[in-house]
Design a protein around this ligand. Structure first.
Ligand code: MG
Length: 382
């Protein structure tokens, strides 16, 4: 199930209070738009086009830094014009592509909602999540209050799912000066087939100050921390140096291995993959494949980090332990921490590299080889 997503974050959205447009206000430490984008990535989006107000491009770039498959596009002065700008960015895609259009201000998007929409799109031009109206509806006109018949009334949410072809035609036919509060209305105007899927009360749009209080409470349970661990060992052999945690160290021996034999980065790669239950280094980079001969192991780490980012996750911290009698690790620890921190885009205080010996016991004690262990914490959507 792959699809492309457009996230509309171009609105000024100042109703919710504070000076910042609401998409860029923070919820539990991350921008609200980032929550939405990460949810779409976790749900299978291969690319997310984020439409932002022109004067918020820098702000958006910083708030969404490090996410894969992302494109920022400047929006227009109405939602319809912003969506048109997002669609323009998808010029290279065919009419059959599935496109989800989502409000940046709906951060609590569940994978089930996305799956339901994509499935419902079989045999329809558009699919959208909707909720029944539970409250009695009133209309106030001057001093008179009357009850509105709520039969058949539903609350429409986003994301809304489309095939790109019908959506392009509907957007082209829509008068851009006329406000469309959602994209399904454009399809309705052309008589498109629209199906409804189960809405989600948690998918509410952050609009008023009190919405943010509720969102802060929900945010606490919306992410989970996963632990991953990895172990690797390599044998010493002929050579004049070793690669450890991405740093070259002069030594009386080298390390034997198919790639550069950097046990530190291999253990780290396995820990990262382990945290998201995504196999191990040998599965993704088989030693039987000649293309990994002599490969620099930082590629394995960045590969695993990108798999995490693709799931809407991010690495919280990393702890690597190297076990050997020699070479001495201490003089190189600072460089190793810096290298790993740079590879993962983490501040230095989230990266630890430690070293120990086994008191001359066992294979590391006999200096036959070297052992590395890594533990990581990764935060992902629940
Ligand atoms: Mg290895």
């Amino acid at each position: 199930m792959t699809f492309t997503a457009i996230v509309v974050a171009a609105g000024a959205g100042l109703r919710a209070g504070e000076g910042l447009p609401k998409a860029w206000r923070r919820l539990a430490g991350r921008a609200i738009a980032r929550w939405s984008v990460e949810s779409l990535l976790a749900g299978g989006a291969r690319e997310v086009v984020v439409v932002v107000a022109e004067d918020c491009v820098d702000l958006a770039g910083a708030a969404l830094a490090g996410l894969p498959g992302l494109r920022l596009v400047a929006g227009g002065d109405t939602r319809a014009r912003s969506v048109a700008a997002g669609l323009e960015a998808l010029d290279g895609l065919g009419d059959g592509e599935i496109v989800l259009i989502h409000d940046a201000a709906r951060p609590f998007l569940a994978r089930e909602t996305i799956a339901g929409l994509v499935q419902a799109l079989d045999g329809a031009d558009a699919a959208l999540p909707a909720l029944p109206v539970a409250d009695t509806l009133k209309r106030r006109r001057d001093a008179t209050v009357t009850t509105v018949d709520r039969t058949g009334l539903l609350r429409a949410q986003t994301p809304q799912a489309f095939r790109l072809g019908p959506l392009r035609r509907a957007a082209a036919a829509w008068d851009a000066a006329r406000e469309a509060t959602d994209e399904a209305s454009m399809l309705e105007a052309l008589g498109g087939r629209i199906v409804l899927t189960a809405g989600d009360p948690k998918l509410f749009k952050l609009t008023y100050p009190e919405d943010f209080e509720m969102a802060e409470q929900l945010a606490a349970g919306a992410r989970i921390t996963r632990i991953g661990q990895g172990v690797d060992a390599h044998r010493f052999g002929p050579g004049d140096g070793v690669d450890l945690c991405g740093v070259r160290i002069a030594h009386t021996h080298g390390l034997v291995g198919h790639s550069d034999a950097d046990a530190g980065l291999h253990a780290l790669t396995d820990a990262l993959l382990g945290a998201i239950g995504d196999g191990d280094i040998g599965e993704h980079f088989p030693p039987s494949d000649p293309k990994w001969r002599g490969a620099a192991s930082h590629r394995f780490v960045t590969f695993a980090a990108e798999r995490i980012a693709r799931r809407g996750g991010r690495v919280a911290n990393v702890d690597v332990t190297l076990v050997c009698e020699a070479p001495k690790i201490a003089p190189h620890r600072a460089a190793m921490r810096q290298r790993v921190a740079a590879l993962l885009g983490l501040p230095l205080d989230r990266v630890s590299v430690k070293a120990t010996t086994t008191e001359a016991m066992g294979f590391t004690g006999r200096r036959e080889g070297l052992l590395a262990q890594a533990v990581v914490a990764v935060e992902t959507p629940a």
